[in-house]
Design a protein around this ligand. Sequence first.
Ligand code: ADP
Length: 310
Amino acid sequence: MTQASTASDPAVRGESRPIFIECENLVKIYKVADLEVVALQGLDLLIRESEMMALVGPSGSGKSTLMNILGGLDFPTAGRVRVGEHNLLEMTRRDQVRYRRHMVGFVWQQTARNLLPYLTAVENVELPMALAGFPTKERRDRAGHLLDRVGLGDRLKHRPDRLSGGEQQRVAIAVAMANRPALLLADEPTGEVDNASAEQIFHALRALNEEFGVTVMVVTHDMTVATRVDRVVGMRDGRTSTEILRRRDGDVAIREEEYAILDRAGRLQLPEAYIDALDMEDRVRLRLEDDHVGVWPEHTQQGEMSDNGN
Ligand code: ADP
């Protein structure tokens, strides 16, 4: 470590915040005809209050499944999952509806799914508040404020077809925040837009995260998001596999450190590139040293198990 982290370090401040989302040994099995698909196989994940994080991983690794569970759109099969005070395994359908309305905001990849085409931007943002019974003035003020915060203060009266894809996504973020959710879930929000628009979308998410303390989870398969969030959690085969944390190093530079996840049962998943590089398969040799653990391919002889690095 080159320099001690300080309290102004966002990652350090973050580590003192309470845990908001807790998944432990979470399992989701889909039954399709006679087949069972295990989409989540014992996933462990902790997310702190007001964290802005991304889930990345190849298609089929379970990202959407996890998001649907955390969003109250689907029930897990087994394990533990808590969001704030809510135990998502024990919710009734009725609790689930209430949870979805009051705890969570969604942004979907398909822009068309987020907005009503015949309403203006400000009307789209007001709609969830109207359904929740907020008075007219309050919803107009809040809708204007939210659109301003996502950089669209001059587009209030535009209908979606007069906005670019990126602008529509930012309206969608404002809509998702309308009812003051504690958790904002965004599924590939930048999947259909260019780089500049993606930057503005992340900027908007960050602005709302900072102003309202909303916890943000972005699902994506774009690894470049690492520079835009506090933490990136990698998923593979229905489990979390790696984490990249951003820490401030001194006053200016941002350091990214990659971690593997050690689950509660002591299991560690090595990155695929490491396994390939050393041709590891089935079994590996381990050796406990004073301050680390060495891992060698199975065929390595005892005498060859030397530590070159340290
Ligand atoms: P990702 O979002 O990372 O692409 P998903 O969560 O969509 O991954 O999928 C994880 C696994 O679960 C995949 O094998 C997928 O085919 C399967 N799956 C997802 N949703 C369903 C469903 N509704 N019915 C059956 N299998 C599903």
